[in-house]
Design a protein around this ligand. Structure first.
Ligand code: ASP
Length: 417
């Protein structure tokens, strides 16, 4: 059986096991979760994260050193950013329209908050932009900050091109790091079914499934909107002649892992592997676009938060004025670009969006109970959107002007050196 089938089976088994355990052994839920399920799930996510930085850093350096001029990197980045902005606007719009049509919230609903509301984080755009420049390359790698890692890799690639022959030993060691990290990833993926089973059963065993209750229409609405957005990407890939069926089949392992872990970061190394080995995407484009999208692209979050904002407005009888809608669209758009690719990041961002739009902050606590399950759907779309943009970029760049990345043999042929 392939990885995605195994992970899907693990998801289903985890949900069933969690639901049964919650009902049959309520007093044993906490010890089982604290001593077994939660640590097992966290251990798996941490293991996958272990290879994220080495794979992104090494594959990006190897890819960028093969691009003959910096303007090509700039063009790739500009095209990706333009695509990200356009589809993110569509995603938040879709979330809003879906909530208007389905109308999941009514003021008569009696929903009890499940957790304290998250605090809205401070956002300062200029400080954020300046902070993209790491003061120390090792710090960028050690902190796991993807944008700083991309920045550091780009600077190293420029330095390698300038250094010429003198950089050859460094490039050879970077190739080794890449090959070794890929091998480690291969081993970690054997644990994916166990990890995903533990993550899913932990969520369901603790919460049970009764939390679905009155929020069923809400949850179905979010899932429908997310499926529509995934359908949109399928259509776009068809229009770009990018073989949509082959796309969904090739990236299925990263999609199922994204769903199971609710972490775009955890799905990143697998998405890179799927792009290269299954889809056949240019390694240069994959190495740049997929990490960039993992850092910035959050369609699931945009659809979900657009939907959430309207749901809350309906719940609290807040009139839907054009200024409210504009505030929701703008704040969701901005916030979606700075949401971390980790489980639960969206709930903190929800607080920012509600504050910016003037919606009651305590509503965050109502949605907190279903957030973990919704996060799986959000993350699935986050990764679909990210990888679809990488594939579309390749179609947008019809004439590959770079040599394909060759990772073997270990003593490399670096064309430019
Ligand atoms: N969990 C999501 C991700 O990793 C982020 C979010 O909460 O929306 O992509």
């Amino acid at each position: 059986m392939n990885l995605s089938t195994l992970v899907l089976l693990a998801l289903a088994a985890g949900m069933t096991f969690g639901a049964i355990w919650h009902e049959a052994f309520p007093t044993w839920v906490e010890p089982l979760n604290i001593y077994l399920l939660a640590p097992l799930g966290q251990a798996f996510v941490r293991l996958i994260q272990f290879v994220v930085v080495p794979i992104v850093f090494s594959s990006l350096i190897l890819a960028l050193t093969r691009i003959p001029n910096a303007s090509q990197v700039g063009r790739y980045t500009a095209k990706l950013l333009l695509g990200y902005i356009l589809t993110s606007i569509l995603a938040v719009g879709l979330g809003i329209v879906a909530a208007m049509v389905i109308h999941p919230g009514t003021a008569a609903m009696d929903l009890s908050p499940t957790q304290l509301p998250a605090q809205a984080p401070e956002t300062d755009l200029i400080a954020w932009l300046v902070g993209l420049i790491p003061t120390n390359p090792l710090e960028a790698l050690a902190s796991g900050n993807l944008l700083q890692t991309i920045f550091a890799s780009a600077l190293f690639a420029i330095g390698i091109q300038q250094a010429g022959i003198g950089a050859r030993p460094f490039v050879a060691s970077i190739e080794s790091i890449y090959i070794i990290s890929e091998k480690i990833l291969g081993l970690i993926l054997y644990l994916a079914p166990v990890g995903v089973f533990a993550l899913m059963s932990s969520v369901i065993a603790v919460q049970g499934i009764s939390f679905v209750g009155q929020l069923l229409t809400y949850m179905v609405g979010v899932v429908l909107a997310i499926l529509l957005m995934i359908g949109f990407y399928g259509l776009m890939l068809g229009i770009w002649q990018a073989k949509p069926l082959h796309f969904f089949r090739s990236f299925a392992p990263s999609f199922t892992l994204a769903f199971g872990t609710a972490s775009s970061n955890a799905a990143l190394p697998v998405a890179l592997q799927n792009a290269r080995e299954h889809y056949g995407l240019s390694p240069t484009i994959a190495s740049l676009a997929i990490p960039l999208g993992t850092a910035l692209k959050r369609d699931g979050m945009a659809v979900g938060q657009g939907f959430n904002a309207l749901f809350v407005a309906q719940l609290y009888d807040v009139p839907l004025t054009p200024s409210l809608l504009l505030a929701v669209v703008l704040s969701t758009l901005l916030v979606s670009f700075s949401t971390a690719g980790v489980p639960g990041a969206g709930i903190v961002m929800m607080a920012t969006i509600f504050t910016a739009s003037g919606l009651p902050l305590e509503a965050v606590a109502i949605l907190a109970g279903v957030d973990r399950l919704m996060d799986s759907f959000h993350t699935l779309l986050n990764v679909v959107g990210n990888t679809a943009h990488a594939v579309m970029l390749e179609r947008w760049e019809p004439q590959p002007s770079v040599a394909p990345l060759q990772v073997l043999p270990v003593t490399p042929e670096v064309d430019r050196l």
